[in-house]
Design a binder for this molecule. Sequence first.
Ligand code: NAD
Length: 426
Amino acid sequence: MTKAMMDDPRRIREENPFESMMERFDRAAQLLNLNPDLYAVMRVPNRELKVYIPVRMDSGRIEVFEGYRVQHNFARGPAKGGIRYAPDVTIDEVRALAAWMTWKCAVVNVPFGGGKGGVVCDPAQMSLGELERMTRRYAAELIDFIGPERDVPAPDMNTNEQTMAWIMDTYSMHARHTVNAVVTGKPVELGGSRGRREATGRGLLFVINEAIKKFKLSPPQTRVAVQGSGNVGGIGARLLHEAGYKVVALSDIFGGIYNPDGIDIPAALKHLQQTRSLQEFPGVKHVSNSELLEVECDVLAPCATENQIRSENAGRINCRILAEGANGPTTANADKILHNKGIFVIPDILANAGGVTVSYFEWVQNRMGYFWKEDVVNERLSDVMVASFNDVVKYAENHNVDTRTAAYMLAIDRVAYDTRMRGIYA
Ligand code: NAD
């Protein structure tokens, strides 16, 4: 792409995830004929916090990082959402991700609002000690804003169970007692839920299982291309492979691998773990991340990051079902193109809701002090994902709209109802 294309204001606007989210929100609100007072309250976040985080680096010098926490909506319960560490985190991205959490929790009917956090940093360049110090200081800055009844963070890109354990410990040190319900996605030994690590990938599998029935496909007849091989993509690919699907493509940030006859996913994931990339994996065609999105397949599952499918490449997407494991992988401008191609979209706020669903289970278990077996977690997750998939599909049919619009309408309607019943404190 040329510099002129990169600097094109239309492209910058298309790739602003908050604008993409708002375009869908506005369309759904208009179709719902949302009351103007509710519209005014629901279109903006409840609270946005920006913090500066001093960290003693291994060199002995202090470096100051910028961090955010956006609490988008509390109408249905405490804010809920992950924390992301990446060099390109922006407030607009965090704001969009927080709003998506509000709609996602409403789609799967869990009693949370939406929140999201991010720290502008490059975790690949930081030692474990630096990451721990940064996480603890960020958590200390958030003390007055988070908590089991207020806002419950979880992992997202480049954060994991260890990050959550540090946040829980920092919060607990200040509270003077252990508060494990302040975060979800913790290690099982510290009060995490069994099945949480796999929950987003497993939820994705459950909705793909439902979607292929509409196309009269069975798993072995279904070719799946997965972008990303982290918590969502890697675990999703493994579970799809175990369920008999033919996973034909997989990628990491450096590029992808492709084999139309199916990839040996356990071997590819082992290679990734050992070499930290898929680059040298043998017996497959090596493709770029953008080529991966255009391979011929039945299900395309973008599970890496935002803005992967845009107006410029949407016309070349070659799948029947788009299952959005990532948040915001498709821009609002690309929606129309996919719709005209007849692609069945399982939108992000439904497809990747397995994570927040089991996070809700984890929060419930923490508050009960009683832990469920993994079978129980997975069965309850299946119930939620299948019911939510059917709710969205039925809503789309009844209102003659596409599935993404249906998911937004369903979510906005639920949040609007609760806001109206509570009343606006104005
Ligand atoms: P992760 O850090 O575990 O994995 C991210 C994967 O994407 C890695 O394979 C990485 O190499 C790849 N990647 C990162 N940037 C990329 C780029 N620019 N191009 C191509 N590949 C890139 O993160 P994750 O937790 O798997 O999250 C992935 C997506 O799923 C994010 O959009 C996240 O918000 C969303 N999500 C995660 C969860 C969860 O429970 N972890 C839940 C819901 C949604």
